[in-house]
Design a protein around this ligand. Structure first.
Ligand SMILES: Nc1ncnc2c1ncn2[C@@H]1O[C@H](COP(=O)(O)OP(=O)(O)O)[C@@H](O)[C@H]1O
Ligand SMILES: [Mg+2]
Length: 239
């Protein structure tokens, strides 16, 4: 079966000194789905995403994003991709709206209407004028999502996008991601350390621990193995 992939990795590996953060990771993420990248803290999710975005160089192996090799010509893929990585960082003394304008400038400029549109989409319409430094963690996450959406990307790579959001914000974000995939034909790759989150929003999942893939497949199929996976993740969490 041939499925057009938005991400392909083969034996992707990253070592930091003696730590192997990502260990021969091989996966394929099909287009047109919400795909979960699940693993406990320290599993290697952010490092993998950083390699996919060209921010960290792999030690070995390789990957493609939207058909572009991450070592050779990632530019065309990045122009069609919106991303967030780890905790949202913006200029503290600029408003949310002005921060988005700055992000827009980096990619050639976006109109004020587009900035207001994405603020509205993420539920920050009334708070766009507030300084970033007074935003709550949930508002910061929403702003990061707004920045990722600014250029109407066909593909979103989101690193734990619901961390710090309140339950309503989590529900809104999940609904928005599903809407983008189901109604707008976009693709989403999101990392999470919460099995129930992946269960609620994702079509398919890769589960990693210590940089290794420990399970992958359709979420509904993997749910049958749910107890085993939960035990594995929980034990890792309390180490
Ligand atoms: N820049 C770095 N230097 C050294 N070790 C790192 C660096 N970045 C990540 N690590 C280590 O790599 C492992 C995976 O981290 P990370 O990718 O952040 O995991 P996750 O995002 O799943 O929590 C951890 O052991 C972490 O301490
Ligand atoms: Mg992380």
């Amino acid at each position: 079966m041939h499925t057009e992939a938005v991400i392909r990795t083969w034996e992707l590996t990253k070592r930091f000194g003696k730590t192997t953060a990502v260990d021969e990771l091989t996966m394929e993420v099909p287009r047109g789905e919400v795909f979960g990248f699940l693993g406990p803290n320290g599993a290697g999710k952010t490092t993998t995403i950083a390699m996919l975005l060209g921010l960290v160089h792999p030690t070995a192996g390789g990957a493609e994003v939207l058909g572009c090799d991450i070592r050779k010509n990632l530019g065309p893929a990045l122009r069609r991709t919106g991303a967030t990585i780890e905790s949202p960082a913006f200029y503290p003394y600029l408003s949310g709206r002005d921060n988005l304008r700055v992000v827009g400038l980096c990619t050639g400029g976006v109109g004020p209407r587009r900035v207001d549109e994405v603020l509205e989409r993420v539920g920050l319409a009334g708070r766009g004028g507030d300084l970033f430094r007074v935003y709550s963690m949930g508002m910061k996450q929403r702003l990061a999502l707004a920045a990722a959406l600014l250029n109407e990307p066909e593909f979103l790579i989101l690193d734990e996008p619901t961390n710090g959001l309140d339950p309503a914000g989590i529900q809104e974000t999940r609904a928005m991601l599903r809407h983008m995939v189901d109604e707008q034909g976009k693709s989403v790759f999101l990392s999470s350390h919460q099995l129930h989150e992946v269960q609620q929003v994702c079509d398919r999942v890769v589960i990693i621990d210590r940089g290794h893939v420990i399970a992958q497949g359709r979420v509904d199929e993997l749910l049958r193995q749910r107890e085993a996976i939960e035990v594995e993740l929980t034990e890792r969490e309390v180490e």
